[in-house]
Design a binder for this molecule. Structure first.
Ligand code: MRU
Length: 356
């Protein structure tokens, strides 16, 4: 079943237009729907770094197009093998953000393809890289629809659901991961209601998720992050569903800062805690969360709320953008291949893609 949300109602985070990408600049939301045309790899790096485009799958897609933008004007009779240029550009793009593995996953595919085509005409390799970026983009849409459908297994009628950060159309090629499950439940008239964590410091919950849910007519309430425990106690929360930036082989999951706290609260209140994750967010080569790099961001993201100063100018700040939820706090993963239950180290392994 395809999701029948009209494209005008769920926004497109990124589009390929003739010779460039167009993104909705998420730093302006919800005040303004501002679309940014990007023609150049340096601008792609900046857009990822500044969260103009964000969410694990969306940054993978943007980076794949970025590789093409980086190579498209390179000479076609260069002295060194073309794949070394591709590798250089991929190494550069990988530095934009360290935690979401989708970025490296998409770049690895671009490099592998360029290497395989070594010796072929450079114009042909460039064309193939663009085709690959487009197919990473299209695949993500299908994957997100499948996650939405598979997730229905864990959503009862009349469900009261809590979510964190933004995992919707803005964060992916289309529909989202955790939010795709929510959209599908809404379309199936399951009478759901969503509690949206505002997600300080950058407010992806209030700026982006509340904006998407309002556009699509999904009933919801916004809460400050500090209210989550009380809401779990006072309102009957049936389940929590969040996304993932990187899932280690044992199921430990990096996601937006605050996710770990929610998982602990969920355990205390006996609420099932689900992680919606495409295979592209699983890092099969990282054994546990201990080895997942956690991005630390600028202090002013905490000292300011938007442009409003919210702390003394020089207050020392610690600003990790993600945390790791230990696998034993996770009830199950929802993937495009179905629900994955414990033991995760064994059951996630079954999804490891075949090496070519
Ligand atoms: O810093 P962000 O906004 O890119 O963080 C995004 C998240 O943590 C999402 O939950 C995650 O990428 C999953 S999106 C489908």
């Amino acid at each position: 079943m395809q999701l029948k949300i009209k494209p005008v109602e769920v926004v497109s985070s990124i589009d390929w237009i003739d010779d460039h990408i167009r993104i909705i600049d998420q730093t302006y939301l919800p005040h303004r729907e501002f679309f940014l045309d990007i023609f150049e790899v340096g601008r792609v790096w900046e857009a990822i770094r500044s969260l103009r485009v964000r969410g694990a799958p969306a940054i993978g897609i943007a980076a794949a197009y970025g590789v093409y933008l980086g190579v498209k004007d390179l000479p076609e009779d260069g002295m060194q093998p073309f794949h070394t240029d591709v590798e250089r550009i991929c190494e550069y793009l990988a530095t934009a953000r360290p935690t979401a593995v989708n970025l490296q996953w998409a770049l690895d595919q671009m490099v592998k393809t360029a290497r395989k085509m070594q010796g072929q005409p450079v114009a042909r390799i460039k064309e193939t890289l663009l085709e690959l970026a487009k197919s990473i983009h299209e695949d993500d849409k299908r994957v997100c629809a499948a996650i939405g459908q598979n997730g229905q297994e864990v959503i009862p009628q009349n469900a009261n659901i809590l979510t964190h950060c933004n995992t919707g159309s803005l964060a992916t090629g289309q529909y989202g991961t955790a939010l795709s499950i929510i959209y599908h439940a809404h379309l199936q008239k399951k009478n759901i209601h969503v509690w949206v964590d505002e997600t300080r410091p950058l407010l992806q919950g209030s700026r982006l998720t509340a904006w998407e849910l309002e556009k699509t007519g999904v009933p919801h309430h916004l809460i400050a992050d500090s209210m989550a425990a009380w809401v779990m106690k006072e309102k009957k929360i049936d389940l929590i569903v969040v996304g993932a930036d990187r899932v280690a082989q044992n199921g430990d999951t990096a996601n937006k800062i605050g996710t770990y706290g929610l998982a602990i609260l969920a355990r205390h209140h006996k609420i099932p805690f689900y992680v919606a994750s495409p295979i592209s967010s699983i890092d099969f080569d990282t054994g546990s969360g201990e080895n997942i790099p956690i991005e630390e961001r600028e202090s002013d993201e905490i000292r300011f709320i938007g442009k409003q100063q919210a702390a003394p100018r020089e207050t020392p700040v610690y600003n990790p953008a993600f945390d790791i939820t230990p696998h034993d706090l996770i009830t199950a993963f929802v993937t495009e291949h179905g629900i994955v239950k414990p033991v995760f180290s064994k059951n996630l392994e079954k999804l490891r893609p075949q090496q070519d």
